[in-house]
Structure formats: C-alpha cells, structure tokens
Design a protein around this ligand. Structure first.
Ligand code: AMP
Length: 208
C-alpha cells in the first residue's frame, strides 16, 4: 500500500490486517521503533527519518527482506509504506521471486496535497503501539491510547513543516512513479482516500 503522507495508510492497514488475518508491516514504524529503542538500525536511520528524507534503499530493502522471513508472513502480508520507489519495487519483486511468491495487489490511496497537509497537522499517534488518532478523532481519555494506554502525541516529523514538505516532494518525485510500474503489471488498485475511513475501507475491500 502506498499513498502520500496523511492518506490514511496507517488507519487502513490496521483494518486490512485484522480482516485478512495478516501482519501489516510498516517500514516507518520499524524505523521509528528502532530509533526509540536505540538499536544499531535506529542509529543508522535517525538522521533521514527526522529530516523527512528517504532512508537509503540498501538499508530499507535489507530491513524488509529480513522481516519477510518471519513465520507470520507465510499466509500473506501487507506492506505499508514500502516500496516507496521503483528500485525498491524491483528489489521487492526479486525478494518475492526467490520465495516463489508475488504481490496480489498494489493499493494506492489517493488524496490531494492540501488534504495531506491538513491531516498531518492534526495527526496524533500512540508513541507506544503506533495506533493513529487525530484532533477530530481523539482517544477516549485524555490523550492516552485506547488500546495500550500509551501517550498519544504528534509525530516528531509532523511538527516540522519543512520536513512535511520534503516528504510530500519525495512522494511526488520518487513514489508516484510506482503507479506506472504496478499499472503495467496489471495489479494497481486505486482508492479515493478522501472518503470517510469506513468508506475508504469498503472501497479497499471491493478493490481487493
Ligand atoms: P512513514 O511512517 O511511512 O511516513 O515513514 C516515516 C519515515 O521513515 C519516512 O519519512 C522515511 O524517512 C522512512 N521510511 C519509511 N519507509 C521508507 C521506505 N520504503 N524507503 C525509505 N525510507 C522510508
């Protein structure tokens, strides 16, 4: 699944994972948790993530390759925020071909730039489990997560307007060409991400 920042990938990926009983693998979450945990991966990716720049392909691809070897991926998986460039998509095809597997669908959530910007400013995330909230749909109690009780705050990279613009630029220049890449393979599924979360989810299920 791909789409610009604020398209609703985090919200929808949790629902897809639940409905289909598959793990949702978000490279952004893996990187943020590595930074928070002070791991060696975290040390390598920190500067890129905080500036809103893409982590170099080699590191990102190795991270995904390793994650896909886990047992929970055997019956299927959803990738959220990977691939984010044509070279990453080619690398993913190779990784899957080695396992005699292939993608069933490439889902793109479409939203115009002004909607992305508005949603990012209002976005709040549980810093413990990663669940998404917003100013319009806050947790029940005092900015603590409904699921795990963790603190719900803005994401560090959403607070810096320059970093937001860098991420939207990089989506446009580097990630959007994936529409052509997957369109040519006949597996692109485009969904209007400006609808309500329930309607987006229904559209995704019909598209799949
Ligand atoms: P996200 O949570 O998907 O917005 O990702 C947060 C940050 O993690 C991005 O701004 C990048 O710095 C990094 N990141 C996540 N996924 C990728 C990827 N597929 N390729 C390169 N960098 C990534």
């Amino acid at each position: 699944m791909f789409g610009p920042q604020g398209a609703g990938k985090g919200t929808q990926s949790a629902r897809i994972a639940e409905k289909y009983g598959i793990p949702s693998i978000a490279t952004g979450d893996i990187f943020r948790w590595a930074i928070k945990g002070g791991t060696s991966l975290g040390g390598k990716v920190k500067q890129y993530v905080e500036a809103g720049n893409l982590v170099p392909d080699e590191l990102t691809i190795e991270t995904v390759r390793e994650r896909l070897t886990a047992d929970d991926c055997e019956e299927g998986f959803l990738l959220d925020g990977f691939p984010r460039s044509v070279p990453q998509a080619e690398a993913l095809d190779e990784i899957l071909a080695e396992k005699d597997r292939a993608l069933d669908a490439a889902l793109v959530l479409q939203v115009p730039e002004e909607v992305s910007l508005r949603r990012l400013t209002g976005r709040r995330v549980c810093s413990n489990c990663g669940r998404n909230y917003s100013l319009d749909s806050p947790p029940e109690k005092n900015w603590t997560c409904d699921v795990c009780g963790g603190p719900v705050t803005p994401r560090a990279d959403d607070e810096d307007e320059e970093a937001i613009r860098a991420r939207l630029r990089s989506y446009h220049d580097t990630t959007e060409p994936l529409k052509v890449y997957y369109g040519e393979k006949g597996i692109l599924r485009e969904v209007d991400g400006t609808q309500s979360p329930d309607d987006v989810f229904s559209s995704i299920v019909s598209a799949l």
